[in-house]
Structure formats: C-alpha cells, structure tokens
Design a protein around this ligand. Structure first.
Ligand code: MLC
Length: 514
C-alpha cells in the first residue's frame, strides 16, 4: 500500500531534496539519477526537488488526487520530474505520443476528461484551441532544459498516500477510431512489475542504462526508468535514438533497453562491435518481434545475446528470456514471477503443449480494465480474471512462450502500434476514394511498414489531397509511405477484405518502391 513514487525516490532523497546541490557519488540525495549527453547530472535529490515543484504547481492548477493530467511533451529530464510530480500528487498520468496531431489529442482529451493538459511551450496555442472547447485547462511545461536541472528552491517532496488499486496512469492503447481504449494502470501494477524486472534482470545501484526510448510509452517509462530508479542506478538520458549517440554512450554503460530497430540500426553501423560493448552486461529487446537473424548477428558481432521479453501496456511485462540460461532467439521466454500465462484455443480451453492459441495473462501486474468501457472489460477478461492479450502463441513443455502472430488487425512499426482502421477511416474520407485497406508488410528497418491499398470511385485521386488528409488527422509515424490502387479489394464470401492476400501481394513494397 504505497504510492509508486516512494519506490522510485527513496525517503532519504525526498527529504534531502535540493536542486542546488551538485550531484556526486556520495551522500543521500546527491547520487546521479539522470546523466545528460553533456555530462550534466540530475541527482536523485534534484529530481525529487523538481518533482516537488511540479506537485505544487499542479495543486495550484487545481489538480487533486484522482484527477487526470494529460501530458504531451518532448522527452526531457523535466518531463520525468513532472511525471513524478503528477504521481506524487495522487493524480493520474496520461501520456500521449509527442507526434500526435491536434485532432488526435482532442480525442484523448475528450475521453479522459483531464483536469489539466501539459504541453510543450511551442505547442501551447494549438493545444489551447483543442482544450478550451472541452473546458480543459492547459499549461506549457516550461523550459525543458537538456543541460541542467531547472532552478527551484529546496523542497521536500510530499507524497500523497495511495492504495495498490488506485489509478496511477491511463495508457491509450488504441487509435482514435471508435472509442479510445485507455488502459487503467494502478500503483500496485507498476510496483510489482518493476520489482519483478529488477529481480529478473538483477538490476543494481551500479548499473548504468543507456536510455534512448521515448518516455510516453510503457517501455521507456515503466520498464526502463522505473527499474533503474527503483534500483537507484544511473540513467544516461538521451533525447532520442540516434545510432552514433548510443554508440558513444555505450562505453561505461551496463544496460540498453530498446525496440528491435535499435539493434538493426546498430548492426548497420560499420565498425560496431564488441569493443564498445565491453562494459555492457545486458541488451534487452521488446515492443516488437526481434528477428532471430538479428539476434544471431548481434551475438556474432558483440558476443552478447540480446534478451527478448514480452509485454504490453495493459499488463506491463509478462515474460522474459532468462538472465542466466538459454536465451532462445524467436521466443519471449518464461512468465515473470507473479505472472500467470496460458494459451487457449478458440473454444476457451487450454491449448496443448506446442499448440497455437491466444495468450492470456493474470497477475498483480495486469491492469484494472479500460477507462469508462465496462462493455469492453466484460469481453476482454475471462471470468477467472485472465486478460485476453489478442496475441497468438504457444507454450513448450518448460513453459517457454513463442509468439506467432496477432488475432487483432495491428501493425507494429519501429515499436509503435498502428491501427489500420484509423488510417482507413481517414483515407475513406478523401474525395474520390471508394474504399481502402491498410496493411503492414516487412520493413528492414522498422520491422513492419504501412501500406495503403485504395480503390478510386472514378478518376485517379489527387495524392496531394490524400496527404493533406493524413497530415491533418494522423501522427506522421502512422502515415502509409506506399500507395497502391486496385479496381476492387479482394473479399471473402462474408464480404470481409482478405488482408492476408494483400500482405502477400505487397510484401516487397518496401523493397521495390511502388
Ligand atoms: C519515426 N517515424 C516512424 C517511426 N518513428 N515511422 C514509422 N514507425 C516508426 N516507429 C517516422 C517519422 O514520422 C518521420 O517521418 C521519420 O520516421 C523520421 O523520424 P525520426 O523521429 O527521426 O525517426 P527515428 O528516430 O528514425 O525513429 C525510429 C525509432 C523510433 C524506431 C527510433 O520510432 C522509436 O524510438 N521507437 C520506439 C517506440 C517505443 O518506445 N515503443 C514502445 C511501446 S510500449 P517524416 O515523414 O516526418 O520525416 C510497448 C509495450 C512493450 O509496446 O512491451 O514494450
């Protein structure tokens, strides 16, 4: 029974909080938490002090426990402090991809009805225009400094008492089509999952993590940051993934957590190899399938066996290949301690060993349901409490899980989930488009790339019109980069578009530009 923040910022740092105190290796509050590219440091004490400053600002804005705070900001150390400030206040953190358009932000704002929307200063006017009609207050986060801790007076961080079942975050897992699905993640969910990972990966105070992921998703925020802060390690905090910057950060570091694209891009770097990885003890991959060939090539080049794990926003991390023992390429390993995994067939009965079925999960890590969607919660959870992931896989005799696909129509590109229906809806709305089908096909860099297959009503449709519609409504990572035109879409006897045929037909779309 405690606010997750007390696990991330230990009491001594909270009390000793001072932003003016330079970080060094000694003393309670002065241990470095975030190390920036120019080697400036935010100590645990400074992070706590800045979180206290944010907490006070949030309260001045009228935020009270249970209120949602919607946040769309660029990655920065101050954004981490703001996150901790929201949780310390007992409020509910709702992160949004910094690439979302105003149209997308408006949908999520309307859904979770936040007390406050925090945004980047340069986006404030646009965000205000979105939020005002909804009666939502907005505030720019302030100068998101990448060089030094933001100034604030000494402050003790007051932490609102929370129960394990109290909401800590709402993580949107769907696009903006129909009702948006916001996974309700509790303080207890976050704590038990971070504890399980700290134990499974033996994360300790002398670990140094290279952090190049965005912090608006589970991977960069709950997996990477939570585990390191909980273990009181150091985070080399990079603005984004950039192969040269990551390579420069590796010497002296011990951990990297990334999506498969991180690894394929490192391997594409001439000269990348064992030497710069000599202090590293663990490379973790997740959020998208890691090709066995990438795993093997990485081992050949560096001597390290990438540890692949599996999770999702609704459940946190579910399985992991072992730290000690066989890390088998193409599998996602064993259920983490405290997590139950089963595979069931179409009839809901347990699948046999090696048989493919839907993966279901139960445990204290599993979310409480989708925000304000009782009807969805009734179908996504089994009566015995197992959550249906929508992923297809099989368990071997030892309990090792292999994922083979998805039962839901979903594209995973560079670790981002992209929902085809959302893109189809925008394309279908363009004048002259009769219908469309959006699919994911192999992409060497991003795993999957988005392809649009369209049918015109008559004359050819203006590409400028198509692009304008996409630009207005959808974040750029969702945009199809390949467009194909057909006289009609292939459909089965039930009238359903046969996307498998389209995926086959356009499987080389990102090899032979169309
Ligand atoms: C960027 N772009 C993408 C993209 N990322 N397009 C498709 N898929 C992506 N993932 C586009 C941009 O819109 C832009 O287009 C162009 O690529 C260059 O942008 P960039 O910002 O320079 O991209 P880049 O740095 O190359 O980013 C690629 C990436 C990044 C793989 C490093 O996407 C990334 O950090 N992904 C991590 C996602 C993540 O954290 N997922 C965790 C989800 S949690 P244009 O046209 O504007 O130039 C989860 C649960 C779990 O799934 O288990 O972890």
């Amino acid at each position: 029974m405690a606010n997750i923040v007390t696990s991330l910022l230990p009491r001594s740092d909270v009390a000793a909080a001072s932003v003016d105190e330079p970080a060094d290796e000694s003393g309670a509050g002065s241990r470095p938490a975030l190390v920036l590219p120019d080697d400036r440091r935010w100590s645990y004490g400074q992070l706590a002090a800045r979180a206290a400053w944010h907490r006070q600002r949030l309260e001045a804005d009228g935020v009270t426990p249970g209120d949602r705070v919607l946040v769309q900001v660029q990655k920065s150390p101050d954004a981490v402090a703001a996150y901790l400030g929201v949780l310390a206040a007992g409020a509910v953190f709702v992160p949004l991809n910094s690439g979302y358009t105003d149209v997308e932000v408006a949908v999520f704002a309307a859904d979770c009805a936040p007390r406050l929307l925090l945004c980047d200063p340069q986006r404030h006017r646009a965000i205000e225009a979105v939020a005002e009609p909804l009666g939502i207050a907005t505030r720019p986060l302030g100068a998101a400094s990448w060089s030094a801790p933001a100034p604030a007076a000494d402050r003790r961080l007051e932490i609102e008492e929370r129960g394990d079942d109290d909401l800590a975050a709402i993580v949107y897992t769907s696009g903006t089509t129909g009702r948006s699905k916001g996974a309700m993640v509790s303080h207890g969910n976050l704590r038990v999952n971070a504890e399980a990972l700290v134990a499974a990966w033996a994360i300790r105070a002398d670990d140094v993590l290279v952090h190049a992921l965005p912090i608006f998703h589970v991977h960069g925020l709950f997996v990477a940051l939570h585990t390191l802060l909980m273990a009181r390690g150091q985070v080399l905090f990079l603005p984004r993934f950039e192969a040269a910057a990551v390579r420069a950060a590796l010497p002296g570091a011990t951990l990297l957590m990334g999506v498969p694209t991180f690894y394929t891009r490192l391997l594409a770097e001439p000269g990348f190899g064992a030497e710069e990885c000599s202090s590293m003890r663990l490379f973790v991959s997740g959020s998208a399938p890691l090709l066995a060939s990438t795993h093997r090539e990485f081992t050949a080049r560096t001597g390290h066996r990438i540890l692949e794990r599996y999770g999702m926003s609704e459940t946190g991390m579910i399985t992991s290949n072992p730290l000690d023992g066989e890390r088998t390429p193409g599998t996602v390993g064993f259920a983490l301690p405290g997590v139950e995994v089963r595979v069931v067939g179409d009839d809901g009965a347990a699948a046999l060993t090696g048989e493919v079925g839907e993966v279901e999960v139960r445990g204290a890590n599993v979310f409480g349901g989708y925000w304000a969607m009782p009807e969805k919660n009734a179908t996504e959870f089994r009566p015995d409490g197992f959550f249906r992931t929508g992923d297809l896989g099989s368990l071997d005799g030892d309990g090792r899980l292999t994922l083979v696909g998805r039962s839901k129509d979903l594209v995973i590109s560079g670790g981002y989930n992209i929902h085809p229906k959302e893109i189809e809806q925008v394309l279908d709305g363009v004048e002259g488009v009769a219908e469309s089908a959006v699919i994911g096909v192999p992409h060497d860099d991003l795993g999957e790339g988005v392809v649009a297959v369209l049918v015109a009503e008559g004359e050819a449709v203006d590409r400028v019109l198509l692009q304008a519609a996409l630009d207005e409504s959808l974040a750029r990572f969702k945009h199809p980069r390949r467009f194909y035109w057909l006289d009609r879409l292939p459909r089965n006897a039930m009238g359903k578009v046969q996307k498998n045929l389209l995926r086959e037909r356009y499987r080389d779309a990102y090899r032979n530009p169309g």
